[in-house]
Design a protein around this ligand. Structure first.
Ligand SMILES: NC(=O)c1ccc[n+]([C@@H]2O[C@H](COP(=O)([O-])OP(=O)(O)OC[C@H]3O[C@@H](n4cnc5c(N)ncnc54)[C@H](O)[C@@H]3O)[C@@H](O)[C@H]2O)c1
Length: 315
């Protein structure tokens, strides 16, 4: 059996990834999270899956991490205490929690002789506003937000731990994953947030003139690309994962209009200064090496997400 620890398994990406990893009966998965909803009385997560054990723990508690990582082969680090929006409010939070906690985690990985750590970084924020807006892994990365700065710092620490202690790792710089199960009330994920507002006949709040461009990838595609490649002896340590295409917020709103068939009202506010104008990922490195890529069109992925939100949130 291969023991895989998924830190942040109750989050949007973590839930999908845990379920996908559990499809292989040779994987024994430890699903680590604070599991807030479960602690508040909701049903036990993953109780339908025989090869998943949940571990209620705090990422910022080294004893919890040490307990979960005992004899682990692979560790997915999917925990973040901030989002790009929340990190702006206090730049110290990323240093005190995400960066410090990640370095503590890497020490615990060494102690437990973990084979490889897998870290989904943020393809949308680490590069900053590059001249082309179409970013390759080796491009100069100048993140604007404390969230992006924190992600890049964690990547650098992974490089340090590999160089000095031989801890193997892979970084997936993810663009903007979206899909069923994403937090509709959150501060990250414009597609589900907007769909929920449309469901409730509420106005959509758009930053600037709506021409901000992002790269969107359907969650199943992102998880498929990660779960099929993380064990490989890879040529590089860092890979972009995205659709390789850019859509403006205005284009997204147009697709939402067609998908939902509803009238959409919008209001415009100033774009936060830490947001980049255009971010699209060049995914040639990943596709050339592994021969797989995203399969879901934006229209099909948005339709799936809309159907999910309608059936789960309509009273
Ligand atoms: N969603 C995106 O658009 C996106 C894009 C690129 C990278 N990422 C990164 O991928 C990772 C997962 O993203 P997500 O969208 O699934 O996030 P999420 O917020 O849905 O999930 C994060 C999970 O971490 C858990 N968590 C937070 N602090 C904890 C703590 N102290 N102890 C235990 N558990 C704790 C939360 O309970 C939650 O279940 C994050 O690091 C995120 O920054 C996300």
């Amino acid at each position: 059996m291969t023991k895989i620890v998924v830190l942040g398994s109750n989050g949007f990406i973590g839930k999908h990834l845990t379920r996908t990893l559990a499809e292989d009966p040779n994987n024994n998965i430890v699903a680590f999270d604070g599991f807030k909803e479960y602690r508040q009385g909701q049903a036990e997560p993953f109780s339908d899956l025989q090869n998943v054990d949940i571990y209620l723990g705090d990422f910022l508690n080294t004893d919890d991490l040490d307990g979960a990582l005992h004899s682990a082969d692979y560790v997915f680090h999917l925990i973040s205490t901030t989002t790009p929006a929340s990190s702006d409010k206090d730049p110290l939070i990323d240093i005190d929690t995400n960066i410090k906690g990640s370095v503590e985690l890497f020490n615990i990985c060494l102690k437990n002789k973990v084979k490889k750590i897998i870290f989904p970084s943020s393809g949308g924020t680490v590069y900053g506003d590059s001249p082309t807006g179409f970013n390759k892994e080796d491009d100069l990365a100048i993140p604007y937000s404390p969230y992006g700065i924190g992600k890049l710092a964690i990547e650098y620490y992974l490089g340090y731990f590999k160089r000095t202690h031989g801890l193997d790792y892979i970084v997936y710089r993810l663009s903007n994953p979206y899909g069923p199960g994403q937090n509709i009330y959150g501060k990250q994920g414009v597609i589900p947030i907007f769909l929920n507002k449309i469901l409730n006949n509420e106005e959509l709040t758009i930053y600037g003139n709506g021409e901000m461009v992002r790269d969107y990838i359907y969650i199943d595609d992102a998880v498929n690309m990660i779960s099929r490649t993380f064990r490989a002896d890879t040529q590089h340590n860092t890979y972009n994962i995205g659709s390789g295409k850019g859509e403006s917020v205005n284009q997204i709103v147009e697709i939402l209009k067609q998908t939902t068939g509803q009238v959409i009202n919008t209001t415009h506010v100033k774009t936060p200064l830490s947001y980049v104008e255009k971010s699209v990922l060049n995914t040639e490195r990943f596709i050339n090496e592994f021969g797989i890529g995203p399969e879901t069109t934006l229209e099909a992925g948005i339709k799936e997400t809309w159907n999910y939100i309608k059936s789960n949130y309509t009273s």
